[in-house]
Every structure is written in structure tokens, then in C-alpha cells.
Design a protein around this ligand. Structure first.
Ligand code: ADP
Length: 506
């Protein structure tokens, strides 16, 4: 083809024939399908070669065919209703519909149509249509609609955020949970919907992590506009454009209110069970303790009777005469008082208080406390705790409960199985593993059978006639709640060893 200067081109364009030629040339080369149709039945008068690439027909095949024969049956009615009066007398009309390809498949086309009118009669003489493949767009639209439906029907709160952390969209669940009554929330800052602590967590941790690696997950408290606190597990995503820039954030928050309430209730049940178990343990120890209390009380009575006998009828009594029996009486009465206090502490229902505890002192106290029980069962309890053991983190009463369960079990196991007059229960502790203290209670009983070993820590597992089977289960929960472990094993010679670990306090 001859090349022209721009001026020559312009002059040429004023020429009608040349303009038509150029238009035809553009139509022939366009990747969009350009077609002309009769107004009545949309018969193809002309179609550009793009038809072959788009629909598989050759130009010759399709010219003369009515477009109505190739529309998808579901779209035909739609087309009839819109054509020609409604749309075409207003000029341009864009429509998306399915069209049958030569191989029988339907493809989505998006067409813009324009009516051409006879200048004399103003009748529609033909329709000019530019069509392009809309399959990808329709698929993307469908996927978007599906996603939108998922977002609206999920039970989680979904919030889209602009880069400045203002809200751009919320799903229905989020609108309800955050108590948003107005419909325009688009400029609301995220900080209105999270507690101060939660906001700081998001700013310091969540947003930087999402910017860095695309997502962040964490637990925090959101709050509604009216101040209702909502504990959530939150997933924060940073969405990037094809060029890699972050375009917006999305936030999916799973409401943990019910889970937290259930956990709280479970904790309450656990506390009730722990308490009940302490009462049972104390009940089991009652006869030994009664004996233990009886001793100091009788001793006090004896001291005072001695004083009575010695000084009856004497008028002049000096302090040196009374000093010894009275100080002994006081000491012994105080010991009885201590036993009663400990019983009361142990059986009182109270919230756990985590503090730094001296385990060696606690172990010694528990060993002393079990002394009369041990004696009654002909068992000796020995405390082998080295000096200078680090402090541990825990609740005093809970740890007393664990120690008491293990020591009483060890005494009972040794008493039952041991033929020797005095079996020994050893309570040991060490800090060989840095950061932990390990306590071990070893006995000389019959040990644990292979069959019982896996069930030992199950609730209600007991081989004792009047056993409740709660002691070990509760002890393990208590230790695990403090971040430690409790396990059992048989000793090589005979007897069993129950060990538990606790974190040191630092
Ligand atoms: P209970 O003492 O009421 O039976 P526990 O949960 O404290 O409940 O103990 C469960 C079971 O574990 C006991 O019945 C016993 O069979 C076994 N057991 C516990 N301690 C020992 C031990 N030191 N030696 C052998 N078996 C033990």
C-alpha cells in the first residue's frame, strides 16, 4: 500500500469512498467482531473476519444467518423484549449474552449495538454491532458474586480496610456484631472497632506482619460501637495488586464469645471438681488427722494436769515453776491450731493465686501433714529435697493438692503391697533441667500393671474399693495448667514413681 503524508491522509479522509475503505480496513483487522444486521430478524449482512477466531464460523457461513438462531434459548426472550423499540431508538445499547459457536458450545459475548436510520424515512435500516468475548469477565463476575455470597453468609465478621485503615466494606454479620445502624460506615476508622489494647497489637504486630508476609493471625478483643466487647480470633490479610503494591486489607474475625464463656464455665466446673476432690482427700485423711489433733490436745491437758498436781494447795508459786509446762502447752496448742488452719485452707473454695513458691518448704509441710496417715499405714515418708532449689510459679493450694494426692497414693500403695513393717516413700526434687524443677514421689508398693498404665490418669479410674479415681486426673490438669507435666513409671526394683515438672520463677 502507498504511504501518505498526514496532510494527504486528511484530504483523503474527506473523500467518502476512501473513508469507507479505511473503515472497512479497520473492521477487517479488528480483534472485536464487527457486524451489520437487518433490523427485523438480525440477519447478518456483514461480519468482520474476527468471527472465525471468536465463534469458529467463516464469514461466508454466517452471512445470511439470523442471530436469533444462534442465541442461547434462555437469552432469546430477553433479546426479543429489548429489541428493537426499547433500546435501539435511543442509539447505543450494550448487552451481554450467550452465542452458539460453530462447535455447538456457547460463548459469552458483550455487544454494543447502534441503529442506523434512513435519513429520509427515519426508519431503522440496519444495526451495527461491535462484539467481544466476555467469557472471562462473566466468569470473574460469577466468581465475585459467589465470593460475595460466601462473605455474606459466613458466621465470621468480615471487614475490608483501605490502606489508611478506614473501613471500606463490612459483611452483615460484622454490621450486626459491631452494632452499626447507619448504612454509611465507609470513613469509620478501624480503631473504633477494636479495644485500645487490640489496636496497639494490630499496629505493632498485625499490620507490619501482614505487610511483610501477607497475613497475620492473632487473638484480640474487638468492640461494638455501643461498647460491647467481642473476643475474636482474627486473620488479617494484605491484598496486593499485580504490581505487588498493597491495595487493601481484609480482616476475618471469628467470634470467640461463646467459646470463652464455655471455657470459663469449664474452668468453674474444674474448680468445683478440684474443690470436691480436696474435700474427699481431706475426708480420707480425717481419721488420721483426728488422731493427730488428739495428740497435742492430750499433751496440753497432761501438761496442765501436771501443773495442777504439783502445785495443788501451794500458795507460793514462782514463774520458774510454771515456765516449762506453760511454754510446752502453748507450743503444742499452736501445733494443733496449725493443723486445723491447714485443713481449713485446704478445703476452702478459692480462686487460684499464682505466685513464686518455695517448693522445699511446701514439700516438707506436706510430708509432715501426712505423717500420722503414714504411721497408721506403717509407712515412713522421707523428704529428700536439696537446699537452694529455685522458686517455682504456682498456686500454693493446688500444689499442696497434687503433692497430697501423690503422697497419699504412695502411702496406700506401699501399705497395701509391702510386707515389710516399714516401707519407705521418698519425696525428691531437683533442678537438673534448666528452667524446671522436677518433683518425684517414689514408693515401695506393687507398682502399676501394664494394663493400668495407659488409664491411670483417666477420670474415675480406680483400683481401690472406695477410690474415686479423680486424684491423678485432677493433679495432671493442675500441673499442665501451670505449664508442667505429670507422668508415672515403675521403678526397676519395685514400686512406682510419679514425677511432675514446674517452671522456675524468673
Ligand atoms: P484413687 O486414689 O481414688 O483410686 P487416683 O486418681 O489418685 O484415684 O488413682 C487412680 C489409680 O491409680 C489408683 O486406684 C491406683 O490403681 C493407681 N495408682 C495411683 N498411685 C499409685 C501408686 N503409687 N502405685 C500404684 N498404683 C497407683
Amino acid at each position: 500500500m502507498k504511504t501518505r503524508t498526514p496532510e494527504e491522509g486528511l484530504t483523503a479522509l474527506t473523500d467518502d469512498a476512501e473513508r469507507n475503505r479505511l473503515l472497512a480496513e479497520m473492521a477487517e483487522q479488528s480483534t472485536d467482531m464487527i457486524s451489520r444486521h437487518t433490523p427485523e430478524d438480525w440477519r447478518f449482512i456483514y461480519v468482520s473476519p474476527a468471527v472465525t477466531h471468536l465463534l469458529g464460523y467463516s464469514v461466508e457461513e454466517i452471512v445470511g444467518m439470523s442471530a436469533y438462531d444462534l442465541y442461547h434459548p434462555d437469552d432469546v426472550e430477553d433479546f426479543r423484549l429489548r429489541a428493537p423499540t426499547v433500546n435501539y431508538d435511543r442509539g447505543l445499547y450494550t448487552h451481554t449474552y450467550r452465542f452458539r459457536c460453530k462447535d455447538g458450545r456457547y460463548t459469552w459475548l458483550e455487544s454494543t449495538s447502534r441503529t442506523i436510520r434512513d435519513p429520509q424515512t427515519n426508519e431503522i435500516s440496519e444495526i451495527l454491532v461491535v462484539s467481544r468475548d466476555a467469557t472471562h469477565r462473566i466468569k470473574a463476575d460469577k466468581a465475585n458474586r459467589r465470593l460475595a455470597r460466601v462473605l455474606e453468609s459466613t458466621q465470621d465478621l468480615v471487614i475490608f480496610l483501605n490502606l489508611d485503615l478506614t473501613v471500606s466494606h463490612l459483611n452483615e454479620v460484622a454490621r450486626m456484631a459491631l452494632q452499626l445502624e447507619q448504612t454509611d460506615y465507609s470513613s469509620f476508622p478501624l480503631s473504633w472497632f477494636v479495644t485500645e489494647k487490640g489496636h496497639a497489637q494490630l499496629m505493632d504486630e498485625g499490620i507490619p506482619a501482614a505487610r511483610r508476609s501477607g497475613n497475620w493471625r492473632g487473638e484480640l478483643d474487638m468492640r461494638s460501637l455501643k461498647g460491647r466487647r467481642i473476643p475474636v480470633m482474627l486473620e488479617l490479610l494484605a491484598h496486593r495488586s499485580l504490581h505487588g503494591d498493597i491495595e487493601y486489607f481484609s480482616l476475618v474475625a471469628h467470634d470467640l464469645t461463646e467459646k470463652k464463656a464455655a471455657e470459663e464455665q469449664l474452668k468453674q466446673y474444674q474448680a468445683d471438681i478440684d474443690h470436691a476432690s480436696r474435700l474427699v482427700t481431706m475426708g480420707e485423711l480425717a481419721s488420721s488427722l483426728a488422731h493427730e489433733l488428739n495428740q497435742p490436745l492430750s499433751a496440753v491437758v497432761n501438761y496442765l494436769r501436771g501443773v495442777e498436781r504439783r502445785f495443788a494447795g501451794q500458795e507460793r508459786i514462782t514463774w520458774s515453776d510454771l515456765e516449762l509446762p506453760i511454754s510446752r502447752s502453748i507450743r503444742t496448742a499452736l501445733r494443733a491450731g496449725e493443723i486445723i488452719h491447714r485443713m481449713m485452707d485446704f478445703t476452702r473454695k478459692q480462686e487460684p493465686v499464682i505466685s513464686d513458691l518455695d517448693l522445699s518448704e511446701l514439700i516438707q509441710e506436706m510430708v509432715d501433714f501426712c505423717e500420722s496417715t503414714a504411721e497408721r499405714h506403717h509407712v515412713r515418708v522421707v523428704c529428700q529435697v536439696p537446699a537452694g532449689l529455685p522458686l517455682v510459679r504456682g498456686d500454693r493450694v493446688q500444689l499442696e493438692q497434687v503433692l497430697l494426692n501423690l503422697i497419699v497414693n504412695a502411702i496406700e500403695a506401699s501399705a497395701y503391697d509391702c510386707e515389710e513393717p516399714f516401707a519407705t516413700v521418698r519425696v525428691k526434687a531437683d533442678d537438673q533441667v534448666p528452667g524446671h524443677v522436677c518433683v518425684r514421689v517414689e514408693d515401695q508398693g506393687g507398682g502399676i500393671s501394664e494394663a493400668d498404665l495407659p488409664r491411670l490418669f483417666d477420670r474415675f479410674f480406680s483400683t481401690k474399693q472406695s477410690g474415686l479415681g479423680m486424684g491423678l486426673a485432677i493433679s495432671r490438669t493442675l500441673v499442665e495448667n501451670l505449664g508442667g507435666e505429670l507422668w508415672a513409671e515403675n521403678l526397676p526394683e519395685r514400686g512406682a514413681r510419679f514425677s511432675f515438672t514446674l517452671d522456675t520463677a524468673d
